[in-house]
Design a protein around this ligand. Sequence first.
Ligand SMILES: CC(C)(COP(=O)(O)OP(=O)(O)OC[C@H]1O[C@@H](n2cnc3c(N)ncnc32)[C@H](O)[C@@H]1OP(=O)(O)O)[C@@H](O)C(=O)NCCC(=O)NCCS
Length: 171
Amino acid sequence: MRQYGFAPRVRTYLYRRLISLVRLYYNRFWGTQIGEGTRISLTAKIDKTYPHGVRIGRFSAVTFRSSIMTHDFVNGVHLDTTIGDYCFIGAHSVIMPGVTIGDHCIIGAGSVVLRDIPANSLAFGNPARVIERNIMTGVFGARIRDPAAARSVPSEPDSGADGSSAPATMA
Ligand SMILES: CC(C)(COP(=O)(O)OP(=O)(O)OC[C@H]1O[C@@H](n2cnc3c(N)ncnc32)[C@H](O)[C@@H]1OP(=O)(O)O)[C@@H](O)C(=O)NCCC(=O)NCCS
């Protein structure tokens, strides 16, 4: 098993503390509902016009430069936008106001999600389309292909000591 030195361990510790603070910052200061264990990239955009409408489940990942929107100035609407548990939102994706993404979904990089995505789906593109159904994901939306492993989704993040197997939520 690979051993990690002192510096990577300290870096990983600080990284995890900072990322959990990001979730608390959004929940306590802005009133979002972001679940335990979910990681939000520092460069992701969480709609602060109607932050109460942002609902994200547990152990999901919102990766860099993606946007979770809850308002549409043009149409004058404020809508709840929901992302389930164990989801992965790819880099530079846009989740439009009012959309619901079910549990265990993967949204590919650069997608524009205009319509609801059913649970256990892989979707991507602009507009995002469901490409595959009945998929399984674990922590941070990592895909689980082994049916035996899928029956027991882990409840704790399983990243390396340097955090390298976790999604790039710091960027
Ligand atoms: C969606 C995703 C998970 C699919 O991965 P995959 O199952 O290995 O898919 P493949 O790479 O084999 O691609 C399959 C097809 O889908 C297309 N495709 C894959 N991802 C796509 C995307 N995000 N947008 C549009 N098309 C995509 C490929 O071009 C390919 O098309 P083809 O069959 O016509 O050649 C992956 O492409 C992705 O977007 N990952 C997220 C990366 C990211 O955001 N990283 C930053 C944070 S860690």
